[in-house]
Design a binder for this molecule. Structure first.
Ligand code: DX5
Ligand code: ZN
Length: 218
């Protein structure tokens, strides 16, 4: 499967957001990763619809919207209207995850479930065939630039095995603390999409960093 890189705009410079969007358009990046936090599910607040509408206006690649909000069902249609192409919701935030995932698919978006570092991949075993994507958090959600949690490799391997057993086309995405020190190993463990914020936006040459992450070990 092709490798994908999804730069997280949480680490962009919001004073020149348009420039950072154009940088990603011109790079080898595949998706725009957009972190929406509500200050309840996670101890931080980011941005909402006006900012996502603006990103959609200029982004030439799909918007991968990661919801870190409680009861996300309330806003599925609004995220669709704002231009989300991929919508991911946390297992830990959804009481009726199966219903939520189907609502996302029915609205025409790619549907993904997210697992916090403490949640085992087996929790998704019975809805695996309903999912287009699983996002494994490799940090506790809420902030950029945190330290990568090494147990993630094992979770990717387990999920990869489940995917092979079920013969599904599920994408495995990983988010948090990703840089050149772990990207190759993550792809080799079975990840298809890597999210990276700090490592890209703190780099002197973000376009090159995106390319290096995508091609690491090749
Ligand atoms: C964390 C967010 C991540 C974060 C990644 O809650 O979901 O997407 O922005 O940033 P880095 O790559 O800096 O860990
Ligand atoms: Zn994220």
């Amino acid at each position: 499967m092709n490798r994908k890189i999804a730069p997280s705009l949480l680490s962009a410079d919001f004073g020149k957001l348009r420039e950072d969007i154009e940088m990603i358009n011109a790079s080898e990046a595949d998706w725009f990763h957009i972190d929406v936090m509500d200050g309840v599910f996670v101890p931080n607040i980011t941005f909402g619809f006006p900012v996502i509408n603006y990103i959609k206006k200029y982004a030439k690649k799909p918007l991968d919207v990661h919801l870190m909000i409680i009861d996300p069902d309330r806003y599925i249609e609004k995220f669709k209207d704002s231009g989300a192409d991929i919508l991911t919701v946390h297992y830990e935030a959804c009481i009726h995850l199966h219903r939520t995932i189907h609502k996302i698919r029915e609205s025409g978006m790619t549907a993904g479930a997210v697992l916090n570092p403490h949640s085992p991949v087996l929790l998704l075993e019975d809805i695996l065939s309903d999912l287009d994507l699983v996002l494994l958090m490799s940090v506790n959600p809420g902030f950029a630039a945190q330290k990568f949690i090494a147990n993630t490799y094992e979770k990717i391997r387990k999920l990869n095995q489940l995917r092979t057993d079920r013969n599904t086309k599920l994408l495995i995405e990983v988010d948090g603390g990703i840089d050149l020190a772990n990207a190759q190993k993550l792809f080799e463990a079975g990840a298809n999409v890597l999210v990276a914020g700090n490592s890209i936006f703190s780099s002197a040459d973000p376009v090159k960093m995106i390319s290096d992450l995508k091609n690491s070990g090749r």
